[in-house]
Design a protein around this ligand. Structure first.
Ligand code: HSE
Length: 410
């Protein structure tokens, strides 16, 4: 476990008496431009952008060219910068930027879920060692303030389950396919145009993006560091009109859901899988690019958060909230890690699923299905309902992603 920060002795982020927080901004894509917009539209905010660094000098941008620099040194060597805001796309470059700033004791805000999920132990340790704060509310569930709530509100409550729709793109695609019978690729193109999808949309449609978010939330909810490669993610790439028809006939909606839940006192199971969601479920009405998160706790019981999960302005609102939090020296304390809940990750876990497969598919040679409840075969529409083990899905996930098989939890 990495060393944790002591908030009592940590250095303040910036001395802000009567002065604006001057930020160095990396990246001017959808969220960067959204941040520029929300800062301009927020009267009285004590935050200014001191420097913007972007990668490509030839890209057309909607601000005068002299406002941009192209070397990270323009921020790194600028002594007037109080804090760094990292909103670039590339996870490895983002880690380099964040790491260097934290090593200087600077505070950093980021929205890069892949980078954060892949480096959580180092990022927690860097804050403890050098004193800077690292805030990343925008990395999970867009505009929903879920990390801050997990850190603060549930401090003394025990979380049993965290479940949510954590990817706006997939929810947008599934909503439009379900409601309008729209074609998958057409709606994905719309999601890209609207700034919901990742620049590599595989991360969305194969469920990697919500998995990164789940790993981050699992640390704040349960105090457990989960490596992304150890968590199963199957997405919606293979969904067809047949699967949506099945949902309609049974009164369900199809949604991509991320879950971390305690199975007993000391074991936790985590996975991202499509689910058939019944009408009475809290997630049923989460549509379009909205996200929804249900937190089930020992004392508060069930609570539900909903808000826009993707898009420039909604995501920028979370970045803005983090920047504002730096002005009063807020930092994550990783309280659940401190509490030493002694949870361990569970690999084997039975799941009640629908499996739709192409004619002649060797699916049952690859995936043991137990307690077979239903089997339907009609040439181009074949499915079974039964129980599979999470461990078997994990072992076969690469094969499952590449073949005409669609799996959803019932
Ligand atoms: N591509 C992400 C999504 C963006 O669709 O949810 C917000 O993290």
């Amino acid at each position: 476990m990495p060393t944790l920060i002591n908030p009592q002795t940590a250095a303040p982020v910036a001395s802000l008496t009567g002065k604006k927080l001057n930020i160095g901004l990396y990246g001017f894509g959808c969220v960067g431009q959204g941040l520029y917009g929300v800062l301009n539209d927020t009267p009285g905010i004590r935050v200014g952008i001191g420097q913007i660094v972007v990668k490509n000098p030839n890209k057309r941008r909607n601000l005068p060219a002299h406002q941009f620099a192209f070397s990270p040194d323009a921020i790194r060597n600028n002594p007037s910068i109080d804090a760094v805001v990292e909103l670039i796309d590339h996870a490895d470059d983002a880690f380099e930027i964040v790491q260097q700033a934290l090593r200087k004791g600077q505070s950093v805000v980021s929205a890069n879920k892949k980078m954060i999920a892949e480096h959580l132990p180092e990022l927690v340790a860097l804050q403890a060692e050098h004193g800077g704060a690292f805030l990343y509310e925008a990395s999970c569930a867009g505009s929903i303030p879920i990390i801050r709530n997990l850190e603060e509100y549930y401090d003394n409550d025990f979380i049993d389950r965290l479940q949510g729709i954590l990817n706006g793109t997939c929810n947008y695609i599934l909503t439009r396919m379900f409601q309008e019978g729209a074609d998958f690729n057409t709606v994905l193109t719309d999601a890209q145009r609207l700034g919901f999808a990742e620049s590599d949309p595989t991360l969305d449609i194969d469920g990697f993006d919500p998995k990164y978010k789940l790993c981050i939330l699992t640390l704040h909810a349960f105090g457990l560091f989960r490596k992304p490669e150890e968590v199963l993610n199957l997405g919606i790439r293979q969904v067809t009109a047949h699967d949506l028809q099945f949902a309609r006939e049974k009164g369900y909606k199809l949604q991509l859901v991320a879950t971390s839940q305690k199975v007993n006192q000391n074991q936790l199971v985590s996975y991202v899988l499509p689910h058939f969601i019944p009408e009475k479920h809290l997630l049923y009405n989460v549509s379009q690019e909205y996200n929804g998160v249900i937190v089930q706790t020992a004392f508060a019981e069930q609570q539900f958060f909903m808000g826009k999960g993707a898009g420039g302005y909604p995501t920028a609102s979370a970045v803005l909230s983090d920047i504002a939090a730096l002005t009063y020296n807020y930092r994550y304390e990783y309280k659940k890690v401190y509490q030493q809940l002694k949870l361990e990750a569970l690999a084997q876990y039975p799941l009640h699923v629908y499996i739709r497969y192409g004619h002649g598919s060797p699916i049952f040679e690859r995936l043991p299905v137990h307690n077979l409840e239903a089997r339907y075969e009609a040439g181009d529409f074949n499915y079974v309902i039964g129980t599979v083990d999470l461990q078997d899905l994990h072992r076969e996930q690469a094969w499952l992603r590449q073949n005409d098989v669609f799996i959803a939890v019932l």
